[in-house]
Design a protein around this ligand. Structure first.
Ligand SMILES: Nc1ncnc2c1ncn2[C@@H]1O[C@H](COP(=O)(O)OP(=O)(O)OP(=O)(O)O)[C@@H](O)[C@H]1O
Length: 340
């Protein structure tokens, strides 16, 4: 895109990149600036401060990076002019097209980018058919480019399923795994922000430098958690799916799915935080009795990317398209009396 834009120009907003989370938008801005080093391209992140301090109706830059809601509000309230946008990029497109969530913010942005010769691009490691159908409704002469295989994890990741019996067993399994070998940086995914807080509280008693990131933290706290993990100040980052997509932490050695992922796509994105840029990586998925009906889907993904899986899992009954978000007991080793 930078090559196509050729050189900096003050001719309106020339390209827009939409990302589903602020963390990813920040990372994309930083990477774009690195790629554009030595040129005078104006690359801007749509932050609150920019919205407050700038007359957006006259605003111009070469590339504008934003989350959907922020850009939608800027269109509605600040009359930002997107009519000259030549390139519109929707990163993690299937997330952006998730019905009822971000989708309602995408439509006004697509409409506001009214340049008839605009090039629209969608990126994701997973693209379900319904998203492709929706996407095709806004594409002209669409071309699909697949790197590797569609909807599959990278072959550079050694994937393992570990039976932990019960919720209690998971904490034991995690502690045992860390006691045997802790090879940071390690990312741990859990199902909800409450569970992220609970697991963080538990690991605080251990001699492990852990951080945590979830949507209840302020933006500064979220940025600090990411920065500390990037800088090696924390060895283990406990996270919800808020950072499962697109985030590029250099050299993550291991991803632990403490809580079983709620879909095949979530699994692919989570474990894709390791084994990047030609490196190898490990992904460990803990499961309990409750998760067994959902094992087959994940085992098939593992098999498709060259990992061995026990044959009994592949013979489990099929469960199609169902999300797996069970109610889980809280993560705690405190005696029950203490909690009251
Ligand atoms: N051609 C390349 N040569 C060397 N390293 C590369 C190359 N392309 C990308 N990388 C590195 O690989 C890593 C992953 O790249 P990138 O974030 O673009 O992947 P992605 O496919 O968008 O991942 P995700 O599915 O998580 O969004 C980054 O660290 C990036 O710097």
């Amino acid at each position: 895109m930078l090559m196509k834009l050729r050189c900096a120009s003050k001719d309106g907003i020339r390209a827009v990149i939409l990302c589903p989370t602020r963390e990813l938008a920040t990372q994309t801005t930083r990477e774009c600036k690195k790629l554009a080093k030595g040129n005078k391209f104006q690359i801007k992140l749509m932050k609150k401060e920019l919205v407050r301090s700038t007359d957006l109706s006259k605003f111009s830059c070469d590339i504008l990076i934003s989350t959907p809601l922020r850009l939608r509000l800027a269109i509605r309230r600040k009359k930002i002019d997107l009519s000259r946008v030549e390139y519109l990029v929707l990163d993690e497109a299937d997330k952006l097209f998730e019905v009822g969530n971000l989708l309602k913010h995408i439509d006004p942005v697509v409409k506001a980018c009214s340049n008839p010769s605009i090039v629209r691009s969608l990126f994701s490691a997973t693209l379900p058919d319904f998203v492709e159908e929706l996407a095709r409704s806004i594409m002209h002469d669409a071309v699909r480019v697949i790197v590797g295989r569609k909807n599959t994890a990278s072959e550079s990741i050694k994937q393992k399923l570990v039976f932990a019996g019960s919720e209690e067993g998971k904490l034991l399994a995690l502690r045992q795994s860390f006691a045997e070998s802790l090879n940071p940086p390690v990312l741990i995914f859990v199902q909800s922000k409450d569970r992220a807080k609970e697991l963080y509280g538990e690991l605080a008693f251990d001699d492990i430098r852990a951080g945590v990131i979830h949507s209840d933290l302020s933006q500064t706290q979220r940025e600090n958690a990411v920065d500390d993990f990037r800088a090696g100040k924390t060895w283990v980052l406990i996270a919800t799916d808020v950072i499962a997509r697109g985030m590029d932490f250099k050299g993550v050695n291991c991803v632990i799915n403490y809580d079983f992922p709620d879909s095949g796509a979530a699994y692919i994105h989570r474990i894709g935080r390791t084994g990047r840029a030609g490196r190898s990586g490990e992904a460990i998925t803990l499961y309990t009795e409750d998760d067994i009906p959902f094992l087959r889907n994940i085992a098939n993904l593992m098999k498709a990317s060259g990992c061995e899986v026990p044959s009994w899992i592949l013979t489990l009954p099929k469960l199609k398209g169902k999300k797996h978000r069970p109610r889980r007991e809280s993560i705690s080793t405190k005696p029950k009396d203490d909690e009251e």
